[in-house]
Design a protein around this ligand. Sequence first.
Ligand SMILES: [Ca+2]
Length: 174
Amino acid sequence: MYNRATVYILISILIVSVRAVRNDFFRSGPKNYYISPIKTNFFAARDHCIAHGADLATFDSIADLEAVSNFLIQHGYNSESNDLFWVSYWDLGRAQGLFHSIATGQLLTTSGWTHGQPDNAGGVEHCVQIWKRNGQYGMNDNNCNVNLRALCQQRTYFFPQKCCQYGHQNGNCN
Ligand SMILES: [Ca+2]
């Protein structure tokens, strides 16, 4: 059906394509993140993440958020007005202020709100973004229709010896 040269070319193209996608991600702790180059509303941002084998970012701890903050600042994402990124939390359909991850369904329990947030300004802020305030990134509730870049998190966690999916964040794959 295909000769050997054709197969070789197809495999080479596949490898180059995979590398191109993987190079879009950056490692922070045990997670791989990806920043979308385009600005969209919260829901389109999630679609963009999923198209890259990821989902909007979820923070398991304040250390998670701090590690991302350090990476972003070190790599030049320093603008308080332009470097804003959607993450996975929202409270639509829930009690006001009870933010859950659209990626995992888990309740947000991590502190990490920037000063005065969440404030549900204008009564229309139901999705969560991160922005730089007072020298580090923290969370803010915002209008889901605002166009921002997405901070995506690869769906798979990498551990030294194990590779686990959401719901098995303690490294136990069983
Ligand atoms: Ca707010």
